[in-house]
Design a protein around this ligand. Sequence first.
Ligand code: HEC
Length: 175
Amino acid sequence: MRLKLSQALFALALGAAGTAGALAQDETPLYVRDEMQQRVDPAITAIWAVTNVALDDDGNLDPALIDDSGWIAIAQQAAALETVMHDMAEAPVLAAASPGNTTTEEWEVSMDRVQDLIDENPAAFRAYASTFAEHAARLRAAADARDGALTGELVAGADGACEGCHLTFWASSEG
Ligand code: HEC
């Protein structure tokens, strides 16, 4: 049976829309810089806001100086970090920055450079992100358990975990 032209066009349009929709969904990049600015940085800052004022004279976390709302805040922000790092680990397409958010100062690493570094080794990027997601999950559990020693250790260790990825993917010298 032959389709009328209008029917054929309609079917074609439907098919095209379906394909475009699927592509758009699969290929929407995760914008690393935007995630850093909007999710990662605020979460770690909120954690430090609680822990920095709860240190004893030796610089160790004193759990007695953290109240219930503080523990809840640490756990919630750690969960937020876990989610964003998981998103970064799983994203099929990684982009350094969203189109409107690529401006850098002259002395800063350009987003083109960051993109090149990510494209050279996306598996390593995802591995850093998923390692951090595990770190954040442990922190969430430690805060839930009100475990001051472990919370202190994991908050202190977070810095190094941020740094590892930054040294690899936010580096200025050509490699
Ligand atoms: C999986 C890799 C990865 C991890 C883990 C990571 N970052 Fe980043 N971050 C990047 C990359 C790549 C850039 C460079 C692109 C950019 O400027 O945002 C960056 C940039 C940043 C920036 C600069 C954003 C700007 O204005 O340009 C901040 C702030 C930041 N990260 C905070 C953190 C903190 C805090 C942590 C740890 C809690 C962390 N990041 C962990 C990959 C990571």
